[in-house]
Design a protein around this ligand. Structure first.
Ligand code: HEC
Length: 160
């Protein structure tokens, strides 16, 4: 009985195996933002509410953060996010550090601002360059997958 069942199961697997592999392949690149697939864009991150609170302080020049970053939408934010750090509190310490370095979350100041794992007092190996994590962490309301999704976006080349 056991032997028969096993044999039948093995025959079934031999027939079904290639079909399963085909099915798995056609499912690749489904567009989920949490699986590291390179369909993640800045627009995806905005539409999934990763940056919903940023606009309170980041609306371009003259806004309260004085950083010239305009987080109103993915399109207004894109160039600013790929620029060099310019904040009033840190210009000399963080010279040449970039807010986002495509394919390098560990060198992207944005990650150091938003997530404790990436924050350090010599960010990107630049001594005394510390992203303002402490002041940001209280008011951001990030969705649960934010760290994985923003990291995936950067790893995928930080596309608009
Ligand atoms: C309560 C106000 C406030 C909110 C909300 C806020 N920020 Fe900031 N942010 C600031 C201030 C102030 C600075 C400059 C502080 C500093 O560098 O010491 C700053 C700096 C930054 C910088 C560095 C800019 C530069 O060139 O130095 C980035 C990037 C940034 N914020 C991203 C974000 C993102 C993304 C969000 C939303 C998830 C956000 N911030 C939400 C106030 C805010």
């Amino acid at each position: 009985m056991t032997k028969n069942t096993t044999t039948q199961w093995m025959v079934g697997l031999t027939v079904a195996g290639p079909l399963l592999i085909l099915a798995a392949c056609s499912g690749a690149g489904s567009g989920s933002t949490s699986d590291g697939s390179c369909t993640t864009t800045l627009r995806t991150l905005f539409s999934n509410n990763n940056f919903i609170t940023c606009v309170n302080c980041h609306q371009g020049s003259g806004s309260s953060s004085q950083t010239n970053l305009d987080m109103t939408s993915a399109d207004t934010a894109y160039n600013g996010l790929l620029a060099t750090v310019q904040s009033p509190s840190n210009p000399s310490q963080c010279a040449n550090v970039k807010r986002v370095v495509p394919q390098h979350p560990e060198l992207s100041y944005l990650m150091g601002i938003l997530f404790a794992d990436y924050n350090s007092s010599n960010f990107g190996g630049v001594s005394n360059c510390q992203p303002p994590y402490a002041s940001h962490s209280q008011s951001l309301n990030l969705p649960p997958n934010a760290e994985a999704d923003i990291k995936a976006w950067i790893n995928c080349g930080a596309n608009q």
